[in-house]
Design a binder for this molecule. Structure first.
Ligand code: FAD
Length: 444
């Protein structure tokens, strides 16, 4: 079983990174946040905000001041819009689980979500966290305004009309232009999803991806998990259903599905594969069959979110959607040729093109390929090989997951990267919100 602790198995990566902050602050409100940023600057310290510390890299680490915004978690405003959406302003430190619960209490919900709800809204948008859905963007595309504390210690409101360039990096910018104190989200009336999860042959999945009725366009949210060393995949199709559809009681999603199958089976297969790596292919074949079909209806957040109790490392690349199949074939070929044993499935998701400057789906319909490796197994050879494969199709790395790219290459991958560097430089000329890791990504 993955190592469990009272706080859950996801050790705070930001805290365990090599950087040890000189000061740790938990401001109670925005005024205290401003004071903390100012006093850090006056002491010549770099200042970084941390959310839930769920990124797989030191992106939130700081050797100066580490700001925890858990206490900035209140709903400030709920403003219905003429088009039926609602603009909701929330404290930036609110965790997605609490956000979803409070939105539901207002009869509201996010259009799309990723697969866990432990992150803070600030951390999730800042790294481009996304779910799946060919007609939908990541969480940052659902942001319509953001309030930041700048490197001058001032409070700045940003939105597409006011300070639009700061807004671009406030909604997805790794905390480079300021500390988010509040975020305004465009949300929709709460909705239910019908989830259909089925093991399929991988070739059947790949043949049926495209076209208007294909798996990607023909479902609101489609994703699949491919079990390396096999031709098996677990498919997930989630579609909106009318509010009066009830959960079929005989197939309620519950402990057996979520805990035993999703986590228990993975815990066992990963442990076995670690003890006897040569059995990985057989184990993956068995695991892909153990995850049997199920169908259930539930409020959307319950369908999007699953518990993740087996710890792993992850790298995820966004590739042009039409390059997905060749890239998967290349990864398959490399795995077989290299002798590398990978017990963890490869997750494939989809997103619409968007216009967010640093979004991994900027300007192109996107497929996401996420490779994972069990925490107790070596990962670098596998991840570096996949990084090399996706480089050939201009893959863009998830900002919160492992990768080895630097500013020069990122500049080639993002058409607005030079704008992002310019705005960062103007907003924070002294590097108050920088760190060694950010300097690698954006240049000094
Ligand atoms: C089990 C697991 C499942 C995951 N599932 C998904 C998924 O489905 N989809 C996906 O896309 N990603 C996924 N991720 C990645 C995760 O969503 C991102 O790494 C996200 O950034 C984590 O949020 P956090 O609150 O922990 O942020 P942190 O890791 O703490 O911080 C991330 C970044 O946000 C900045 N930041 C945090 N708070 C603020 C603030 N107030 N102001 C300014 N900047 C701030 C930090 O400085 C840092 O640069 C998953 C990660 C794990 C561990």
């Amino acid at each position: 079983m993955g190592r469990l602790s009272a706080a859950g198995p996801w050790r705070n990566w930001a805290r365990t990174a090599s950087a040890t902050p000189q000061r740790v602050a938990h401001p109670a409100d925005q005024d205290e946040l401003v004071e903390t940023v100012r006093s850090g600057m006056e002491a010549g310290l770099q200042v970084r905000a941390v959310g839930a510390g769920h990124s797989f890299t030191p992106v939130a680490a700081s050797e100066g001041v580490h700001l925890h915004l858990d206490r900035l978690n209140a709903f400030e405003r709920v403003v219905p819009q003429p088009d039926g959406t609602t603009h909701v302003t929330v404290g930036a430190g609110i965790r997605l689980g609490a956000l979803n619960a409070q939105l539901a209490a207002h009869g509201l919900g996010m259009r799309n979500l990723g697969d866990i709800d432990k992150q803070s809204i600030a951390g999730a948008i800042s790294t481009g966290t996304h779910g799946t859905g060919a007609r939908l963007g990541g969480l940052a595309t659902q942001v319509v305004g953001a309030r930041i504390v700048t490197a001058k210690g001032e409070v700045l409101e940003t939105c597409p009309e006011t300070n639009p360039e700061h807004f671009e990096l406030a909604r997805l910018g790794l905390g480079t232009v300021g500390v988010l104190s509040a975020v305004t989200l465009e949300v929709v009336p709460a909705f239910k999803l019908e989830a259909v999860e089925e093991p399929w042959h991988l070739d059947r999945v790949l043949e049926r991806l495209d076209g208007p009725d294909g798996l990607v366009e023909g479902n609101d949210h489609f994703e699949f998990y491919w079990f390396p060393h096999t031709r098996r995949a677990l498919t997930k199709r989630n579609n909106r259903v009318p509010d009066d559809v009830e959960r079929p009681l005989h197939r309620v999603r519950g402990w057996v599905d979520d805990e035993l199958l999703s986590n228990g089976v993975f815990a066992v297969t990963n442990t076995l594969a670690t003890l006897a790596p040569h059995t990985t292919a057989r184990i993956n074949g068995l695991a892909s069959r153990a995850l049997s079909s199920r169908r259930f209806v539930a409020p959307a957040p319950e369908v999007f979110v699953s518990p993740r109790r087996v710890r792993f490392r992850e790298m995820e690349y966004a590739v042009p959607r039409d390059q997905l199949v060749p890239v998967l074939s290349e990864i398959d070929r490399w795995l077989e040729a290299s002798g590398e044993h990978v017990p963890f499935p490869v997750e494939v998701r989809f997103a619409a093109a968007d216009d967010v400057w640093l979004s991994t789906a900027h300007g192109r319909e996107t497929a996401y390929i996420a490779v994972h490796q069990y925490i107790r197994r070596p990962f670098e050879a596998y991840f570096r090989a996949v990084e090399k494969i996706v480089a050939a199709v201009d893959g863009r790395p998830h900002w919160g997951k492992i990768h080895w790219l630097q500013a020069e290459r990122l500049g080639e991958l993002y058409p607005r990267f030079a704008d992002a560097q310019r705005v960062r430089q103007q907003a924070d000329p002294d590097g108050v919100f920088s760190s060694p890791y950010l300097a690698r990504l954006f240049g000094a």
